[in-house]
Design a binder for this molecule. Structure first.
Ligand code: FMN
Length: 224
């Protein structure tokens, strides 16, 4: 079957869940065999995903279609789909009735991946291909946290070729008066932090800005 509600929920042990409607053939198959194969389709497998979701195997032998090439799993009996982005053989660990679907928690026994393939995406009932990497465009964000007699500007500069970089952090008060202007180095991932003493007597709103080559991340915090 096609099952878009399938995702990883643990690294170690590696586990994933899939949510299956109670009337589906796959639902009873998993309960009976206590194992299942997950095949994350690649972006050239939209027809295959559409077919798997259009019929029930109570009535149609879906794997008879030429669209499906399968290989034998190492640790489970279910056939695995070839040409996918990622495959995982799973042993059923737990089931949870969530409403009209049952959540099957699976422990991953074997994986296979195909790094040359892109994943097939499904949104708004349509199939999509992965688009442009967002972090390729530089972007900056900032936060302002005031706690007692300190305030802290935390943020990140993303999508830049090399780190560390120097970010200019400014903090102004409600009257537009600049109270801090400092250059802060990011770490190797682009994260930065600036901690300053806060005068508890000075109530009001702070506007923090982090700037790098025209990229600006800003944050507003009120200290009462
Ligand atoms: C793209 C796509 C995603 C789907 N995702 C789910 C899902 O996450 N859970 C589910 O129960 N049904 C989902 N369905 C519907 C099932 O795939 C469909 O009911 C299928 O016929 C069940 O097959 P079976 O009876 O052979 O198990 C999806 C269908 C499509 C086309």
């Amino acid at each position: 079957m096609s099952a878009e509600w399938t995702f990883q929920v643990s690294f170690r042990p590696m586990r994933l869940v899939t949510l299956v409607h109670r009337g589906d053939a796959t639902h009873d198959n998993i309960l009976e065999t206590r194992e299942f194969g997950v095949n994350f389709a690649s972006d050239d497998q939209a027809a295959l995903a559409s077919l798997a979701g259009a019929y029930t195997s109570k009535e149609v032998h879906k794997l008879s279609s030429e669209l499906f090439q399968t290989y034998s799993a190492k640790s489970i009996r279910a056939p695995m789909v070839s040409g996918c982005f990622f495959n995982a053989e799973c042993r059923l660990v737990e089931t949870l009735e969530t409403g009209d679907h049952t959540m099957f928690l699976g422990e991953v026994l074997e994986v296979a991946s195909n790094p040359d393939k892109g994943p097939l995406l499904y949104s708004q009932r349509r199939y999509w291909q992965r688009g442009q990497l967002l972090s390729k465009k530089p972007l900056a964000y900032a936060t302002c946290t005031i706690s007692g007699d300190l305030y802290r500007i935390n943020g990140r500069l993303q999508g830049v070729e090399n780190y560390p970089q120097t970010v200019t952090v400014t903090v102004s008060n409600t009257n537009g008066m600049q109270i801090v202007r400092e250059n802060v180095d990011t770490d190797q991932y682009g994260y930065f932090e600036l901690v300053k003493p806060n005068n508890p007597a000075l109530k009001g709103t702070y506007l923090a800005k982090a700037e790098w080559n025209g990229q600006v991340g800003s944050a507003v915090a009120t200290f009462n």
